[in-house]
Write a protein that binds this ligand. Structure first.
Ligand SMILES: [Mn+2]
Length: 383
């Protein structure tokens, strides 16, 4: 015989089971998803809240995943888009810390981002998962770490699964490009690159492989077609005057299109919607074909994104970056821009204040996800 309080509890439990079990059974459609959410990975058991994203408070829905998507390791996923962390910052030339970026952006995306861009959810256009992190087992050995990242992205599944990588310093874009260009059959990609720096430097203090050089090496290796590359928001005082000569339109070497910050603001951003739409049209015209989108958070002004490795005053406001990405989304919707994979890099939480950089990054990441998902949906319609 149970004591009275225990008996009362047992009765309450039985009556609760009676009321919610039929309801659970009736919701067959989300039960499989819910079961999948319990699959264990590095984040442990996933909570049912992920299947019912607004049923629990965002700050209390269990382990964070990108945009509260289902966690499914990138090696195993059959989704359309895998959002993966690349927690490596062995290539920074200034302030370290971007190795902590993926985790904090993941948290900010789970806690604060509502899944709508321009009234639509990319999560409804394409099957998106949090693919976990690309593990770097040799974090103190730069080229070894790059080799590990490349090996992950070389997986042939990335012909079909688009990747949205979250860095990590900008050096990770090189092995990602090596991987996905190989996985896609070797054809060079175009590039849409938002950054304070061209990142087309070369040898620096005895190393060619650092976060100021990925795009020159990618061109040298035939991963990017320089004539189909556009770099937006370039500025700053940290670089030597000729550091980005490889990128400039006058260079006989590359022929990349560079739109420095002053030109970006004067010719496009200040002209409002008309200017931004014209910018997207120009980007689409340069890129003309399958392209990679790389977003360095330092394209934002340090007032909006202080948590980054090489801050440069005079950058974009978060709102302006959103406008640009949403104009690119418009070009993607019209079929003028074809982004097949992307990254957002250089969020360095140790230099952040009140998570403002992670929060901006998570929101911009969502706009980038919308561009990718739009491409997935369009390719599905036309195939
Ligand atoms: Mn960069």
């Amino acid at each position: 015989m149970l004591h009275r309080p225990a008996r009362r509890a047992a009765l309450a439990w039985r009556s609760a089971r009676r009321s919610w079990l039929p309801g659970m059974r009736a919701r067959q459609s989300w039960l499989p998803g819910m079961r999948a959410c319990f699959a264990t990975g590095p984040y442990g058991a996933q909570p049912p809240a992920l299947a019912l994203p607004n049923a629990t408070p965002r700050y209390a829905s269990g382990p964070a995943t990108f945009f509260r998507c289902k966690y499914e390791p990138w090696r195993e996923t059959e989704a359309d888009i895998a959002i993966v962390g690349v927690p490596f910052d062995g290539g920074v030339t200034n302030r370290p810390g971007a190795r902590h970026g993926p985790r904090r952006v993941r948290e900010a995306s789970a806690d604060h981002v509502r899944p709508l861009t321009r009234g639509r959810s990319p999560l409804e256009l394409a099957a998106c998962v949090d693919g976990g992190d690309v593990a770097v087992q040799r974090p103190y050995e730069l080229e070894g770490a790059h080799g590990e990242i490349e090996a992950a992205f070389r997986d042939t599944k990335f012909r079909d699964v688009a990747t949205l990588a979250v860095g990590g310093d900008h050096s990770v874009t090189l092995p990602i490009l090596r991987g996905i260009v190989h996985a896609r059959g070797g054809e060079p990609l175009g590039l849409v690159h938002l950054d304070a720096h061209c990142d087309t430097g070369d040898d620096y203090l005895g190393s060619r492989f650092h976060h100021g050089a990925p795009f020159k090496i990618a061109v040298d290796e035939g991963l990017l077609d320089p004539k189909r590359c556009v770099q937006l928001g370039i500025r700053g005082t940290l670089a030597a005057p000729d550091a980005w000569a490889f990128s400039t339109a006058s260079s006989p070497v590359s022929g990349m299109t560079v739109i420095p910050m002053d030109e970006l603001v004067e010719d496009y951003v200040r002209k409002g919607a008309t200017g931004i739409t014209a910018l997207a049209a120009k980007v689409a015209a340069v890129v003309a074909g399958p392209a990679y989108l790389s977003f360095d958070i330092d394209v934002l002004d340090p007032a909006f994104a202080p948590g980054t490795g090489t801050p440069e005053a005079g950058g974009l406001a978060t709102r302006e970056a959103q406008q640009i990405l949403r104009a690119l989304l418009g070009a993607a919707e019209q079929g003028a821009l074809d982004v097949v994979a992307a990254d957002l890099v250089e969020v360095a939480p140790p230099f952040d204040a009140a998570d403002m950089t992670s929060l901006a990054a998570a929101n911009l990441l969502h706009d980038i996800l919308a561009i990718l998902a739009t491409g997935v949906a369009r390719r599905r319609r036309t195939s």
